[in-house]
Design a protein around this ligand. Structure first.
Ligand SMILES: NC(=O)C1=CN([C@@H]2O[C@H](COP(=O)(O)OP(=O)(O)OC[C@H]3O[C@@H](n4cnc5c(N)ncnc54)[C@H](O)[C@@H]3O)[C@@H](O)[C@H]2O)C=CC1
Ligand SMILES: O=C([O-])CC(=O)C(=O)O
Length: 329
């Protein structure tokens, strides 16, 4: 094996998502089956012992692609040389909470981590924020890293994208592999907008195949948007394996490209496209190639979609104002 290993920093390594994520990174699902990795696990001091236990288990898997594991409780060391940063470590919500309620508890984590990325990560670092509220936490980290191109900071809406694929597949009876061009717009919150107007189901327009606006408005959209809460209600803990899976999908797509004729959803700094104010980290339809993403342009946004995109963007603006107020950006 001659390739240089890719340094992957994972925060919250001892948490639920961390446990579901690390083994898949080490087995080659994050970057590809020919890419060796070195793991840098970042935890708070109380989490280090559990992270050491997970590292022992990773050793015991004897993964051929895993070329090292280091554990840190200092972000400056954890992000040293990081090519990929998966910012998972943060408090999850409990029953009855919205993700935005976590801003005060979690926002403070992302400013020092953004600064550590700015000062110590590799020049090509790509960052995915998973910890909630993911979009605004990504904004906080990005604002603290002025020397890193803003577009390298992204937030995870791929779980919402995958949830929408699955719901649409169940409604239409068509396998997810034959559903393309779904979009999640806006915030990873209950205001997010899963859009099927440009999606295709076995080559046909999804909205026309479904032909049921009531289902769309009263079933599909709320089911996808409130799925996180439904999981918390059922499991007594927030999504972990599906969140880890989505993080793997997000980075894999970003690094390895999207297939012709399809796109994915990523929370990214807006360039003003589709009326989303520049700089907000909002979910868009994107294609990726050679490690870079581009917003899909030229989509016709109908009134039904416009109102929902605007509502989610408004919430992002409010979150941005709140973190400004807290001095986090
Ligand atoms: N964007 C998305 O689609 C999703 C986001 N989430 C979010 O992901 C986050 C993590 O969830 P879980 O793993 O279930 O939580 P968890 O509570 O099981 O694990 C969180 C871990 O982060 C660690 N941690 C806390 N502060 C840290 C810091 N400053 N540096 C490094 N590590 C730190 C904790 O010690 C703990 O081990 C939560 O905020 C949750 O809401 C969860 C599911 C989906
Ligand atoms: O709902 C939560 O708090 C965890 C999460 O973000 C999700 O499952 O989408």
């Amino acid at each position: 094996m001659t390739r240089t290993p890719v340094n992957v920093t994972v925060t919250g390594a001892a948490g639920q998502i961390g446990y579901a994520l690390l083994f898949r990174i080490a087995s080659g699902h994050l970057l590809g089956q020919d890419v060796p990795v070195k793991l840098r696990l970042l935890e708070i001091p109380q989490g280090v012992k559990a992270a050491e236990g997970t590292a022992m288990e990773l050793d015991d898997c004897a993964f051929p692609l895993l070329q090292g594991i280091d554990i840190f409780d200092d972000p400056n060391k954890g992000f040293e040389g990081a090519n990929i940063g998966l910012l998972v470590g943060a408090r999850p919500r409990g029953p009855g909470m919205e993700r935005g309620d976590l801003l005060a508890a979690n926002g403070g984590i992302f400013k020092p981590q953004g600064k550590a990325i700015n000062d110590h990560a590799a020049d090509d670092v790509k960052v995915l924020v998973v910890g909630n509220p993911a979009n605004t936490n990504a904004l906080i980290a990005q604002a603290a890293a002025p020397d890193v191109p803003a577009e390298r900071f992204t937030a995870m809406t791929r779980l919402d994208h995958n949830r929408a694929l699955s719901q649409l597949s169940q409604k239409t009876g068509v396998p997810v592999s034959e559903i393309k061009k779904l979009t999640i717009w806006g915030n990873h919150s209950a205001t997010q907008y899963p859009d099927i107007f440009h999606a295709t189901v076995a080559g046909k327009n999804a909205a026309e195949v479904v032909n049921d606006e009531k289902w769309l408005a009263e079933d599909f959209i709320p089911t996808v948007a409130k799925r996180g809460a439904a999981i918390i209600d059922a499991r007594g803990a927030s999504s972990a394996a599906s969140a880890a899976n989505a993080a793997i999908d997000h980075i894999y797509s970003w690094v390895n490209g999207t297939p012709e004729g399809d796109w994915v959803s990523m929370g990214i700094p807006s360039d003003g496209s589709y009326g989303v104010p520049e700089g907000l980290i909002s979910s868009f339809p994107v294609t990726t190639k050679d490690g870079k993403y581009e917003i899909v342009q030229g989509l016709d946004i109908n009134e039904f979609s416009r109102a929902r995109i605007d509502a989610s963007v408004k919430e992002l603006e409010e979150e941005r104002a709140a973190v400004r107020e807290l001095g986090l950006i």
